[in-house]
Design a protein around this ligand. Structure first.
Ligand code: ADP
Ligand code: MG
Length: 658
């Protein structure tokens, strides 16, 4: 009578060679072995004879160097890593001599792991893991971590884990090797029960007393099977399904919900591992925190100062042209150039593209009021000056055309001068008379001082009609300059050309130069753009440095957790599951670092605002979002290599290295 069903396990000509020095060492040599469904097989042999090597091949943790291994008729030699992971997850349950439990999580979570990779819903798998643990006498200790359990208890947790996915084949490599005889006895009884449930059990031992419990003993020596005999042990009575250790799984697990639970497991493990190495995680994050914080605050600083400068420039009026004698500022001949005169200003005022014109001259004088005496700049200006330059009046009024005609001795002082000459807060300067180089001037108004730009700062400035300044202070009709406000709808460049042409025509030569405030604005904008580029370059460099730190620590983390990776692979984790777990950890470190960095930058802004009121940091939502996006990208970018190296570990190498 020949069975139609192919044998559950069928090895033909299996070899396992390891490179050793020059040549190879053959640990398994031409092993032929057939195991049928429901058998209870013991593999015995001296230490080093190749038992574990054989078990690892049976459990698809390792691949043979040569030969054929069929599981239920299916050749395993041409399966890809994911198929092998599926076999480890669904078909085999591995029990190790040293338990190989995850130390950071409790018994229940350890038992749950195979079901996570099988995609079972959290509530279902938790309930089932608890029931299996209870059946194995561990109901009281589901919350204990491996470190809080005895060896026998840990081995029962590991058996529960092997049963979690309802494996049909249980592979136990010296399961009692590390146990005292009483705990060992309990474990063997459990294995008997598991066998009685109809599962195939393969146990490795060097104890003949234990081997005799099996139905069949296979003896292995120097990598070869030297004996294969039945023991005559009677089959245990089948255990009714209701009392079976493993609780059959529910069906209907969606792929998507499975992915979700695997992702949340990966997230949980990442948080656990970060928590387990708090200081290290924090130091790793510090690179990212400092990088992100400095980038966000430097960008805010740059924006803040740019906004302020541009605000001051635009308060000056962005559409003014300033005409000065000479070729440029500092031209030594400019004092001798006498061609820029009031009639030039009059001619300019007639041009259609000109909105306002004010001639200007300047000198300095000692200004007195009562006992106070200060040195101040005297600016002789036209009535249109305040309008043309956007200078605002804080008190009083400006002088009019009449004052210019009459050479009136009227003056508008600026706030700095007021503060110097009229220190008493309740002393209203408007209407009072001051003495500038013995010229009596009546104060008609007080002008505000811009914070930035021309006329700003601590200078003391007095504005008088330019005709008065020429007659009383300078004794000449030469102008120091002409300020032209260009009409709003006229292009500044064209206006500048037209003014140049007109004045060349009047003077016969270009003995003047023009300063275009719009050009200043453009220069400032261009400068800040250059700054932004520079800052971005520094940002990229600092984030690269942070990212390399993350990569370094992730590589350390992977090498520290090789055995954990081995365990996860042994219970059926796919390469992508391992990859995800480490990528998520890297992204989490970077993202938390990014959030803390942004928080630090905002805190810095608050502190800065409290210290210095005249200067603000301007945070943009874009830079905050960019910071978070780039920290995530750093996590993925620099976490990829370590995560990939983790996922490509060989399960059996990972397990034995750990
Ligand atoms: P057992 O489990 O029967 O004690 P093993 O299967 O663990 O024996 O090992 C059998 C032989 O294979 C030993 O001599 C061991 O040194 C050798 N061996 C196992 N793993 C490796 C490896 N990765 N590289 C080289 N030799 C190995
Ligand atoms: Mg061994």
């Amino acid at each position: 009578m020949v069975s139609q069903e192919p044998p559950l396990i069928e090895l033909r000509g299996i070899r396992r060679d390891y490179p050793s020095g020059e040549g190879v060492v053959s640990v398994l040599r031409d092993v032929d072995l057939t195991i049928r469904r429901g058998e209870f097989v013991a593999i015995v042999g001296a230490s080093g004879s190749g038992k574990s090597t054989l078990m690892n091949i049976l459990g698809c943790l390792d691949r043979p160097s040569a030969g054929s291994y069929r599981i239920a008729g299916r050749e395993t030699g041409n399966l890809d890593p994911d198929d092998l992971a599926a076999l480890r997850r669904e078909t085999f349950g591995f029990i190790f001599q040293r338990y190989h439990l995850l130390a950071e999580v409790n018994a229940l979570a350890n038992v749950e792991i195979p079901a996570i990779y099988a995609g079972e819903a959290p509530a279902d798998r938790r309930q089932r893991a608890a029931r299996i643990l209870e059946r194995l006498g561990m109901g009281e200790r589901v919350d204990h971590r491996p470190g809080q359990l005895s060896g026998g208890q840990q081995q029962r947790v590991s058996i529960a884990r092997a049963l979690m996915n309802d494996a049909s084949v249980i592979l136990a490599d010296e399961p009692t090797g590390a146990l005292d005889s009483q705990s060992g006895q309990q474990v063997l009884e459990i294995l008997d029960e598991i066998h009685a449930e109809g599962r195939t059990v393969v146990i490795v031992t060097h104890d003949m007393g234990i081997a005799e419990r099996a139905q069949r003993i296979i003896e292995i020596k120097d990598g070869q099977i030297i004996a294969d005999r039945p023991t005559g042990a009677r089959l245990a009575a089948p255990v009714p399904a209701s009392q079976q250790a493993a609780v059959p799984r529910g069906k209907g697990r969606g792929w998507l919900s499975g992915l979700g639970s695997r992702l949340s497991e990966a997230l949980r493990m990442a948080l656990l591992s970060m928590w387990a190495h708090k200081l290290r995680s924090f130091l790793t994050m510090l690179g990212i925190i400092i990088g992100i914080a400095s980038v966000v605050s430097v960008v805010a600083l740059g924006r803040g100062s740019q906004e302020q400068v541009l605000a001051n420039i635009s308060s000056l009026g962005t559409n003014t042209l300033e005409i000065y004698p000479g070729r440029d500022f500092g031209d030594r001949r400019s004092g001798r150039i006498t061609t820029l005169v009031a009639s030039d200003a009059d001619a300019l005022a007639l041009q259609p593209y000109v909105a306002a014109v004010t001639p200007s001259v300047s000198t300095s004088a000692t200004v007195r009021h009562g006992a106070e005496a200060v040195n101040a700049q005297i600016n002789g200006v036209g009535a249109g000056y305040f309008d043309a330059t956007g200078t605002t009046i804080a008190a009083g009024r400006v002088f009019g055309e009449g004052a210019l005609r009459d050479l009136a001795q009227e003056v508008v002082i600026d706030e700095n001068t007021r503060n110097s000459l009229f220190p008493a807060a309740d002393d209203d300067p408007v209407g009072q008379v001051i003495l500038a180089d013995n010229v009596m001037l009546r104060i008609v108004g007080v002008a505000s001082v811009p914070q930035w730009g021309p006329g700003g700062g601590q200078n003391l400035t007095l504005f008088v009609p330019y005709t008065t300044a020429q007659a009383r202070f300078l004794g000449s009709s030469i102008l120091g300059g002409i300020t032209v406000r260009v009409a709003d709808d006229v292009d500044m460049g064209l206006a500048e050309q037209a003014v140049t042409r007109l004045l060349i025509q009047r003077h016969g030569t270009q003995d003047f130069f023009i300063r275009n405030t719009d050009a200043i604005r453009q220069t400032i904008t261009a400068t800040t753009q250059t700054m932004a580029l520079l800052i971005s370059a520094i940002a990229v460099i600092s984030l690269m440095v942070g990212g390399i730190g993350v990569m370094n620590i992730m590589l350390v983390s992977v090498s520290e957790r090789v055995s954990e990776i081995g365990v996860r692979m042994a219970v059926g984790a796919r390469q992508s599951d391992i990859m995800q777990q480490f990528l998520i950890e890297a992204v989490l470190v970077c993202l938390i670092g990014g959030v803390l960095g942004v928080a630090a930058a905002l805190g810095f802004g608050l502190a800065f605002g409290a210290l210095n009121t005249s200067f603000n940091l301007s945070y943009s939502g874009v830079s905050v979002v960019a910071a978070l996006v780039s920290s995530t990208a750093i996590g993925i970018g620099f976490g990829f290599l370590p995560a990939r190296s983790a996922s490509r570990l060989d399960p059996v190498v990972a397990l034995t290295k750990g």
